[in-house]
Design a protein around this ligand. Structure first.
Ligand code: FES
Length: 164
């Protein structure tokens, strides 16, 4: 019986099946590595925190001249807020202590996390879970006398610390 030979450089059916199997396995592996596979969607990631001293555009004199409760939003700079309260200025993280989502801009006296509903007061105290820890405060100081405020997101301070 005559058996036709495949032209040089062409693939037999068996070789093709093997290559397709390897390709589909690779595709499945990549999908799993990229988070495919039907699992629950991950929580929205917080913007990457930038550690270390970060220069704001505020000065102590100008911020102390604002009304109590003034909030400066620096989530795009280093994921923190600068807040002026009755006793001075403090810098506080915007990273939720539950799973690290970025909290929303303070609304009245509450700060809400959009991911799972945790709530904090303006001082960062945890009011509603699932988070159980307060928002951390960072060191804040003038770059030079009368200069802009510099927040060091690598240096935490007690929540009672104020720049006056
Ligand atoms: S990450 Fe904020 S409540 Fe879960």
């Amino acid at each position: 019986m005559f058996q036709r030979e495949a032209p040089a450089g062409s693939l037999t059916a068996l070789e093709l099946d093997r290559r397709l199997f390897c390709l589909s396995s690779l595709t499945a592996g990549v999908a799993m590595a990229c988070g495919g596979g039907g699992g629950a969607a991950p929580a929205p990631a917080a913007p990457a925190a930038v550690g270390g001293p970060l220069s704001t555009t505020d000065t102590k004199v100008l911020l102390l001249a604002t009304p109590e409760g003034t909030i400066r939003d620096y989530r795009n700079l280093g994921n923190f807020f600068l807040i002026r309260d009755a006793t001075g200025i403090y810098a506080m993280t915007a990273v939720c202590t539950h799973l690290g989502c970025t909290v929303g801009l303070p609304n009245g006296s509450l700060i809400l996390c959009p991911c799972h509903g945790s709530q904090y007061n303006l001082g960062g105290g945890n009011v509603v879970g699932p988070a159980t820890l307060p928002l951390v405060h960072f060191s804040v100081a003038e770059a030079s006398p009368g200069g802009v405020l510099v927040v060091n997101t690598a240096l935490t301070v007690p929540t009672s610390t104020r720049l006056t």
